[in-house]
Design a protein around this ligand. Sequence first.
Ligand code: SF4
Length: 177
Amino acid sequence: MPEIKVSGVVPESITDGPGIRFALFVQGCAHNCPGCHNPGTHDYNGGEWKNTDEYLAAIKADPMISGVTLSGGEPFDQAEGLLPFAREVKALGLELAAYSGYLYEELLADEGKKALLEACDVLIDGPFIREQRNLDIRFKGSENQRIIDVPESFRKGKVVLKEDGRWTPSEIEIKIP
Ligand code: SF4
């Protein structure tokens, strides 16, 4: 497996998507969204080079994990390095989600980024916009971001939002304290 630049991992995250997920935070991001909650991941010189084999081993050893989330940092700036890991995750039958400051349409325009996108089940796209911040919505930082059903979007040739209630609970569910 190629090495990737990593900021850190949360082996059993309950905040980076539905269920218990292995969350991998890559190092390096050039989007510079004002108000970013994770500024320590921006510097491409920070973090550590890691081989993703150890993460795969941890994922395989944990029966609680139902999905993997790529976050950061900007995962798609390391698309080539992450692609073999992403394919292995899919081969395990786990749901693969990714956060990106790029829009879905921008990822399609770059062959390397598109290849990683094709391996994903879910994409949460777009920059964090402080003025559109909303703490009442799960799994998104700001209203502008979209939770995208990636396979369905490829099938239909246009962005299809995830309708699965695991990712997009109803308004009533959201308001329950
Ligand atoms: S894309 Fe994400 S990590 Fe990068 S600056 Fe924006 S909010 Fe922060």
